[in-house]
Design a protein around this ligand. Structure first.
Ligand code: SF4
Length: 186
């Protein structure tokens, strides 16, 4: 059984409506959650409660910041400046309708065109499995390079670069817990 905690800062702008079709299609709970430890605990509790009760809904734990409709003014500004375009995601590849690009009236502000770097893209090391990590199909310690050839000081992939990346977070908080449980013993 799966459920998702949705990022509260994104939903503060975008609201919660875009999760509704996903929840209905895949029948998974989504709880919009804040970032303090108690927010996370409450978000997990709400998510588990939905799973136990067989519900799949979009719920809002982060009520002090998020409204269902989001920030209408900010959304209007985003719509005026950006349009939905296909994007290539590091470790995953191209996904249609997954990114934002500047609309034609703002093209002269587009760094890709201005500095002629349209063809420059992020490329992971061949042994990096961050695409699987990002999709929740592999835990970072199960990557053979984790903590050995790949560390925050010498990252092989995007998920080890940012402090918010799953590999970097595992490295920071759980790297001393080896040996890691095998997938079957979890
Ligand atoms: S540990 Fe490093 S090499 Fe392995 S998936 Fe994460 S970023 Fe990629």
């Amino acid at each position: 059984m799966n459920g998702f905690l949705a990022a509260g800062h994104v939903c503060t702008i975008m609201g919660m409506e875009e999760y509704l079709p996903l929840v209905q299609k895949h029948h998974v709970p989504v709880v919009v959650t804040g970032f303090e430890p108690l927010d996370i605990l409450q978000g997990i509790t709400m998510c588990v409660r939905q799973l136990e009760e067989g519900r799949a809904e979009v719920e809002n734990q982060y009520e002090r910041s998020v409204r269902a409709e989001g920030n209408r003014t900010a959304r209007e500004m985003i719509r005026e400046v950006f349009e939905v375009i296909p994007r290539t995601w590091r470790g995953i590849g191209p996904i249609p309708h997954s990114g934002l690009g500047l609309r034609p009236p703002y093209a002269d502000l587009d760094a890709e065109r201005r500095f002629q770097v349209e063809r420059v893209g992020g490329r992971e090391a061949p042994e990096c499995r961050s695409g699987l990590v990002l999709q929740g199909l592999l835990k970072p310690p199960d990557c053979p390079a984790f903590g050995r050839r790949c560390t925050p000081e010498s990252p092989l992939g995007a998920t080890m670069v940012s402090s918010e990346g799953a590999c970097a977070a595992y490295y920071r908080y759980r790297r001393f817990e080896e040996p890691w449980p095998t997938p079957t013993s979890r």
